[in-house]
Design a protein around this ligand. Structure first.
Ligand code: PBG
Length: 334
């Protein structure tokens, strides 16, 4: 493909295919459509409430009633799936994270409301303890250590609770060892065999999650960092190992996170495994584009398209992006 024979200059003139918009359109290899987009959104307690996320201009936290309306719009625009994240009241956060498997927790109530009122869109929920953990970590902390196997017991309870609430896809995002296997077995044993798993398989310890932690109200709680469980940014062979393990444990789809700084990982994962592969264009990536655009330093919409296209070029089957609604609206208008 890459080394296809071509005529020498002047017979080969690559610019011939770039002359006009319709020609560029006709020969373009990668494209972005609404079906490529998964929209992460933040839900908030109360009714008729909207709060701006200051570190993510244009992103809001919505109460469940407003989230239902926003999700209905997403479905209308052809977005196949939303990912819900709760802004959890600090008063219910504990060191044992019991709120994670409370069937009346915010994200479970939001899921039930969306499944009841917008049946034709998928709901993806994060399986991880950080929204519920008084210490802000994704795992249970004992004597300053994030303990793996005790966390798995909690994740299993959380996953079953989320499946019961109607989640279509579970996204284990905690990077504990063995979690996909534990969740898959629990789903099978409890008649949730149709619930899919999209594992955050290659999730790096990244500073690009900063604005998200503000958005879900976890920044204040978090002590230290997540480097003993999230991956080291210097590694890619290890990403392939993580993906192989998760697929073997029963993941249906895998994710690379963050997105743009890890496109090489997306490409390697897609080439090596050929499973549905998603990238998460995370909060910090979104914030960088929006901040520069709002300062007049870059063309924000252009940067949005170019980065979304990069994920498709790198082999991704879809992208979790805070730009989903804006992009899908623009696509609809043509
Ligand atoms: C929690 C989780 C995080 C994100 C998604 N799920 C934050 C983290 O691991 O600290 C980040 C998403 C984003 O930055 O947009 N496990």
């Amino acid at each position: 493909m890459t080394n296809a024979p071509h005529a020498p200059f002047p017979y080969a003139r690559p610019r011939r295919l770039r002359r006009t918009g319709w020609m560029r359109d006709m020969v373009r290899e990668s494209r972005v459509g609404p079906q490529d987009l998964i929209w992460p959104l933040f839900v908030l307690d109360g009714e008729d409430r909207t709060e701006e996320v200051s570190s993510m201009p244009g992103v809001q936290r919505l109460s469940i009633d407003r989230a239902v309306e926003a999700v209905a719009e997403a479905a209308e625009l052809g977005i196949p799936c939303v990912a819900l994240f709760p802004y959890t009241d600090p008063a219910v956060k504990t060191e044992d994270c019991e709120e994670a498997w409370n069937p009346e927790n915010l994200v479970c109530r939001a899921t039930r409301a969306i499944k009841a009122q917008v049946p034709n869109i998928g709901v993806l929920l994060d399986v991880a303890l950080d929204p519920y953990n008084a210490l802000g970590q994704d795992g249970i902390v004992r004597d300053g250590e994030i303990v793996n196997d005790e966390t798995l017991i909690a994740l299993e309870k959380q996953a079953l609770c989320q499946a019961e609430a109607g989640a279509d896809i579970l996204g284990p995002s905690d990077m504990m060892d063995g979690r996909v296997g534990v969740i898959r077995r629990a789903l099978e044993e409890n008649e949730f065999s149709d619930v899919a798993i999209m594992s955050y398989a290659a999730k790096y310890a990244s500073v690009f999650y900063g604005p998200f932690r503000d958005a879900v109200g976890a920044s204040g709680a978090l002590q230290g960092d997540k480097k003993t469980y999230q991956m080291d940014p210097g590694n890619t062979d290890e990403a392939l190992k993580e993906v192989a393990i998760d697929i073997a444990e029963g993941a249906d789809m895998v994710m690379v996170k963050p997105g743009l700084p890890y496109l090489d990982v997306c490409r390697r994962v897609k080439d090596e495994f050929g499973v549905p592969t998603f990238a998460y264009q995370v909060s910090g990536e979104y914030a960088m584009i929006e901040a520069a655009a709002r300062n007049g330093w870059i063309d924000g919409e252009g940067a949005m398209w170019e980065s979304l296209l990069a994920f498709k070029r790198a082999g991704c089957d879809g992208i979790l992006t805070y730009h989903a609604i804006k992009a899908a609206k623009a696509l609809k208008q043509g």
